[in-house]
Design a protein around this ligand. Structure first.
Ligand code: XMP
Length: 519
């Protein structure tokens, strides 16, 4: 299958570029900027994109391409498109000049097209693009032609047809660049001539076939099911491939949302007919270990380790009746494996990541059928496999659950309060018809007591913070500008219906500098 590789220069948009390329039907993968030519050869890319990044090309230790990079791409006639930092890097490494620019260009800018060539084909004479840079191209090496400029950047896009090198100073991958998709399509169709072979329909059949070949006709597979979209899609895929030789373990860790344990059981046992669904109630064990713990990282560590222990014990128990359990399936997806260095200016690292690392003595082989997919692709596959939309469209819920939404130590009473408040929030958000357009909506328990008045009585109760965010890529998020009346209704209901809360606040922080979760 034709593949376009994206070399990561540290931009927060690197994954977005990869997703956009896939949306155009071409498979894409992210590699570190200093990938060796030997490794690159193994990927056999038909085109390469150099991402943006926060550094300046002339700074010491800024991401650079290996010396033989351009020899390799020009010998093999592989087109290279540089975006922002990548745009600078091509010029810089081939002998042109990049200089700091006193007026940082940030946000929407008017681009004037001087000569569309293939890259800017079918664009108007003027287009709105999204810029974010502090450097500028002053001079280009021979053979480069300027395709476009802005009021402040005399060189805003270029092409060198002989060497098949192209660059844009702006970001075609973000939606604020109106014709960004056209530019990426021009690169794919007119310059790279990539075959559009990345289709999810074929993906399902191939994945099922692969699982069958790997697991064979006898062995069994164990899967930790969280009820989230990734592990649920893995479960359905495995059920299709090997039927009831799949064993799902669902652990109640005591920090789930209200009724979550019942809903997940109902869906998998009754709606999806999973025969080997094993529910483990470990609430008491988790809450005992979390007692008096207030450090967020310590909470995460305890929950992670306890989960592994509970999961391992259940697996060992199942192995007594099914000694042919030989595989462990995981819902790892592509962004879990490929970590981009969003803010640092050191070169990006590709790291292998497992949500769950079992002790070696379990000797289970790992299967990760979703490891090359993005979340939106996983959702589409879930839809085709018949996963209920309530699971597909569910907002992300962190592994450590409500433990990181209760500030300070966790107690049953606080969990009860938070669950009740959270249920009201989600119910109202769904009623207002906006659930699907939000990234996450949840309540946070603030262990601060303030004074209130209920009827004739003075109250002294806790605060509930409402966090509702919109996001496209989780790296950045904005607080949702909810309707005042909706907020008022939610706040009033929580205060009236949830004993223990007498004040509700709305969180108006964006990420960055805040994070989505509180801990
Ligand atoms: P932050 O708070 O870093 O969250 O802006 C980004 C996204 O990650 C989720 N999140 C977690 N998910 N384990 C998880 O499985 C965790 O420890 C964790 N912490 C944050 C968060 O819900 C959001 O979607």
């Amino acid at each position: 299958m034709d593949k376009i590789c994206i070399l990561d220069m540290g931009s927060q948009y690197t994954h977005l570029i990869a997703r956009r390329i896939r949306e155009h039907g071409v498979y894409s993968e992210i590699l570190p900027n200093d990938v060796s030519i030997n490794e690159l050869k193994q990927h056999n890319p038909i085109g390469i994109i150099l991402s943006g990044g926060p550094s300046s090309v002339y700074e010491e230790n800024s991401p650079q391409l290996t010396e033989d990079f351009f020899t390799y791409t020009s010998n093999k006639r592989i087109p290279v498109l540089g975006i922002c930092y990548g745009f600078h890097l091509i010029i810089h490494q081939l002998g042109g000049k990049i200089k700091p620019f006193s007026n940082k260009e940030y946000g929407k800018t008017k681009l004037e097209i001087l000569q569309p060539a293939q890259l800017l084909n079918s664009l108007e004479k003027e287009e709105i693009v999204w810029m974010s840079h502090g450097d500028q191209a002053e001079s280009m090496p021979p053979g480069f032609e300027v395709l476009a400029k802005t009021d402040t950047s005399p060189i805003a896009a270029y092409a060198n047809e002989d060497l098949k090198l192209y660059g844009v100073q702006f970001h075609p991958e973000v939606i604020h660049t109106k014709k960004g998709d056209v530019i990426l399509e021009n690169f794919i169709d007119r310059i790279v001539h990539a075959k559009k072979e990345w289709k999810l329909g074929n993906w399902i059949e191939t994945a099922i076939e692969k699982i069958r070949n790997e697991v064979g006709l006898k062995d069994r597979v164990i899967l930790g099911l969280s009820g989230g979209v990734d592990s649920s899609v893995v479960a359905l895929l495995l059920q299709k491939a090997i039927g009831n030789r799949l064993h799902c373990i669902f652990v109640n860790n005591g920090v789930l949302r209200k009724n979550e344990e019942f809903e997940v059981q109902e869906t998998f046992q009754k709606v999806l007919n999973f025969e080997n669904f094993h529910y483990v109630d470990a609430e008491d064990l988790f809450l005992e270990r979390l007692k008096n713990v207030d450090d967020p990282e310590e909470k995460r560590r305890i929950i992670g380790h306890t989960f592994i222990e509970v999961f391992e014990n259940k697996t060992l128990e199942l192995e007594k009746t099914h000694p042919d359990i030989r595989y462990l399936a995981q819902g790892t997806i592509y962004p879990d494996r490929v970590e981009t260095s969003a803010t640092s200016n050191v070169s990006a690292k590709i790291k292998s990541h497992h949500n769950l690392t079992l002790p070696d003595n379990m000797m289970l082989k790992i299967i990760e059928p979703l490891k090359d997919l993005y979340k939106d692709e996983v959702r589409k596959i879930g839809m085709e496999l018949g996963l209920p939309s309530s699971i597909i469209k569910r907002h992300p819920f962190p592994g450590p659950g409500l433990a990181i939404r209760i500030i300070g130590p966790i107690e049953k009473e606080k969990l009860y309060i938070l669950r009740e408040a959270d249920e009201i929030l989600i119910e109202e958000i769904k009623k207002a018809g906006i659930y699907d357009s939000l990234w996450q909506a949840f309540c946070v328990f603030l262990p601060l007591k303030t004074v209130g008045i209920m009827g004739d009585f003075r109250t002294y109760e806790y605060i509930c913070s409402i966090r509702v965010v919109e996001s496209l890529d989780v790296m950045t998020a904005n607080f949702a500008k909810l309707d005042w009346e909706l907020l008022e209704k939610i706040g009033t209901r929580i205060i009236n219906e949830v004993k223990g809360i007498n004040r509700v606040v709305y969180d108006i922080s964006n990420k960055p500098p805040s994070t989505i979760e509180y801990e």
